[in-house]
Design a protein around this ligand. Structure first.
Ligand code: FAD
Length: 509
C-alpha cells in the first residue's frame, strides 16, 4: 500500500502547550519530516497561570538540550523540592510531599514498612524526617542532589517554579530558530473535509492555513477537538468540585522558599508559587459554596506581598476529552482536559502527550488504531492523576464546612477506593504502570493525611528489630547535619542562576 506521509502539522495556540509541542517537534524532527506552523492570537492571549512543575519537567529541558541554569535565569525560576500542605487533614495540621525518596531500604525491606513497625512500637520521629527534600525544604536550603552522589541528599529530587509567560517566550524563540513558522491571527472558522477531517483554518483577516494534521492547543476553547469535531468532555466535578480560581501575582517578601504552598481553605485551597521576581498566588474554590468576590477577598487578605497586578478569575471544568486524539486532531494542554493544579500536573501532561504522539506518529490517513492506543494511554495518565488528587480530599477529617463534609463522604472512583482499602490493611499499594506518582508519593500523602495501616508487611519481622531504631536515628542525624551545612535556596540562586531584575512596566506617554 502506498504511504502518504504527513507533510505539514499545524498547531493552534501559543500558550505553554502550543510552544512545548512546537519545541519538541522542532527538536525531534529537525525540519526533516514535516513543516510545522503555529497560529496564535496576541489579542486572545494565554491563560497566564501554570507555574509549578514536577521533576520530569527537567528531563524535558534535557531532551531539548536546554541548559537548566540558563532556563532558570530566563524564566525567573526558583527550585521546588515538593509541596507543603497545610490544614488538609485538620485545621492546624501540615505535611510535606517531597520529590525523591524517603529513607533508604533497611536491608531488603522497604523503608516505609520498617518505619511503620517502628512507629507502632513507639518510634517518635515522623516519616518525612527521613526525606532529604522535606528536610531541605523545612530548613530553606537547596543544592542540586544529582551533583552530590554518595551524600545523604543524593536521593532527593526537584522541579522548578517558572514564570508561565517567560516559558512560552523562551520556547517560542527555541522553536522559531529551529524552523517553526509562527502566524499571528485569530482563527474564525475551521473547515472540514467530506470525511470529517480538519482541512484548513480561516483567519479573521481572510488568510487560510491548511495542514494534514492539527494539534489543538487553543486552551479551554478547544476550537478543533471540541467546537469543530464535537468530541465530548467527561466531567469529573462530582469528585473534584472546585471549578474556579482567583489568581494574583504579588511582590516577594524575603527569599523564595524552595517549595509550593497548598493551604486548604474553607471551600478549596490556596497556592503560593515563589519565583525570583514575584510570587504567584491563587484560591482554587467551589463556586457552589463561594462567590468570586468572597474568594478574592479571602485571597487578598492572606497573600503575603503587595499585589503587582489585579486579581484574575479563571473558571474551569475538571475532566477530560472523551477522545484526546480524533481523526487528524490531537488535543494538547487545556484543550485535552484539566485537573486542578494541586500537584502541578497539567504541564506534565503536555509533554507526556507529545511523547505518546511520537510513539504513535501517524501518516496522513491517521489510522484509527494509533489514535485508539494513544487515547487509552493518555486516559490512564489522566485517571491516575485524578485519583491521586482526590486522595488529598477524601482522606480529610475536616467537617467544618459543607465543602469538606461533601469531599469526605462522597463515593470514590472504585479503583481509588480499592487502593485506600488495600493500604489500610498493611501499607500495601497498587503499583501503577509507568505512573507519575509512585509508592513513595502515595505513602507521603496518606501518612500526611493521618491514614495509618492496621499492620505492616510480615517480611519486616525478619529484621533484628532492636537495631532498627538506632539505625534510623543515625540516618536522621546524618541527614540533618549534612543539610545544616548547605547554603540557603536564595543564596544558591544568587550564586548560580540569578535572573537580571525584570524591566519596569512601560509608562503611558
Ligand atoms: P492557553 O494558555 O490558554 O493558550 C491557548 C492559546 O490558544 C493562546 O495562545 C490563545 O491565543 C490561542 N487561541 C485560542 N483561541 C484562538 C483563536 N480563535 N485563534 C487563535 N488563537 C487562539 N499547570 C501546571 O503544570 N502547574 C500549575 O501550577 C498550574 N496551575 C494552574 C492554575 C490554574 C488556575 C489553571 C486554570 C491552570 C493551571 N495549570 C497548571 C495548567 C496550565 O496553566 C496549562 O496546562 C498550561 O498553561 C497550558 O495552557 P494551554 O497552552 O493549553 O492554554
Amino acid at each position: 500500500m502506498e504511504r502518504r506521509p504527513l507533510k505539514k502539522v499545524c498547531i493552534v495556540g501559543g500558550g505553554t502547550a502550543g510552544w512545548v509541542a512546537a519545541a519538541v517537534m522542532a527538536e525531534h524532527f529537525r525540519g526533516k519530516l514535516f513543516e510545522i506552523e503555529l497560529v496564535e492570537s496576541d489579542d486572545i492571549g494565554t491563560i497566564g497561570v501554570g507555574e509549578s512543575t514536577v521533576p520530569p519537567f527537567l528531563q524535558l529541558l534535557a531532551k531539548l538540550g536546554i541548559n537548566e541554569q540558563d532556563f532558570v535565569r530566563e524564566t525567573q525560576a526558583s527550585f521546588k523540592l515538593g509541596i507543603e500542605f497545610q490544614n488538609w487533614s485538620e485545621k492546624g495540621e501540615r505535611y510535606f510531599h517531597p520529590f525523591g525518596e524517603v529513607g533508604a531500604p533497611v536491608g531488603l525491606t522497604d523503608f516505609y514498612q520498617a518505619w511503620l513497625k517502628a512507629r507502632a512500637h513507639g518510634y517518635p520521629h515522623p516519616f518525612q524526617d527521613f526525606a532529604p527534600a522535606s528536610v531541605m525544604a523545612r530548613e530553606g536550603r537547596f543544592t542540586l542532589p544529582h551533583k552530590m552522589p554518595g551524600t545523604p541528599v543524593a536521593t532527593a529530587s526537584y522541579a522548578l517554579h517558572v514564570d508561565a509567560k517567560r516559558v512560552a517566550a523562551f520556547l517560542r524563540a527555541f522553536a522559531e530558530t529551529r524552523g517553526v513558522t509562527r502566524t499571528e491571527g485569530i482563527v474564525d472558522e475551521v473547515q472540514t473535509r467530506a470525511d470529517g477531517f480538519v482541512d484548513r483554518l480561516r483567519l479573521r483577516d481572510g488568510r487560510e492555513v491548511s495542514a494534514d494534521f492539527f494539534i489543538d492547543c487553543s486552551g479551554f476553547r478547544a476550537l478543533l477537538i471540541g467546537k469543530t469535531l464535537g468530541v465530548g468532555y467527561e466531567d469529573w466535578s462530582h469528585w473534584l468540585p472546585c471549578d474556579r480560581a482567583i489568581a494574583v501575582q504579588t511582590q516577594n517578601v524575603g527569599p523564595p522558599p524552595p517549595y509550593t504552598l497548598a493551604q486548604a481553605q474553607d471551600f478549596g485551597w490556596r497556592w503560593r508559587i515563589p519565583l525570583q521576581h514575584r510570587a504567584g498566588n491563587g484560591y482554587v474554590f467551589s463556586s457552589a459554596h463561594l462567590s468570586d468576590d468572597e474568594a478574592t477577598a479571602v485571597l487578598l487578605r492572606q497573600v503575603e506581598g503587595a499585589p503587582v497586578a489585579p486579581p484574575m478569575v479563571v473558571p474551569f471544568r475538571t475532566g477530560m476529552r472523551e477522545q484526546i486524539w480524533h481523526r487528524n486532531v490531537l488535543a494538547i494542554g487545556l484543550a485535552s482536559g484539566f485537573i486542578e493544579p494541586l500537584e502541578s500536573t497539567a504541564i506534565h501532561l503536555i509533554y507526556r502527550g507529545m511523547d505518546f504522539f511520537f510513539r504513535y506518529l501517524p501518516d496522513a490517513d491517521c489510522d484509527p488504531a494509533l489514535a485508539a492506543e494513544y487515547n487509552r494511554r493518555m486516559r490512564a495518565d489522566y485517571e491516575e492523576i485524578r485519583d491521586f488528587i482526590i486522595l488529598h480530599y477524601c482522606t480529610t477529617r475536616r467537617e467544618d464546612t459543607a465543602f469538606w463534609r461533601y469531599v469526605r463522604t462522597m463515593e470514590l472512583p472504585p479503583e481509588l477506593q480499592r487502593k485506600i482499602d488495600l493500604f489500610k490493611v498493611n501499607g500495601a499499594l497498587v503499583e501503577g504502570l509507568d505512573a507519575l506518582f509512585r509508592d513513595v508519593n502515595w505513602q507521603s500523602v496518606l501518612d500526611g493525611m493521618g491514614i495509618v495501616p492496621r499492620s505492616w508487611n510480615p517480611l519486616v519481622d525478619r529484621l533484628p528489630f532492636e537495631r532498627v531504631g538506632p539505625e534510623f536515628d543515625r540516618a536522621r542525624q546524618t541527614l540533618e547535619t549534612f543539610i545544616g551545612g548547605l547554603g540557603g535556596h536564595g543564596e544558591f540562586i544568587a550564586r548560580h542562576c540569578a535572573a537580571p531584575p525584570p524591566e519596569p512596566p512601560a509608562r503611558a506617554a
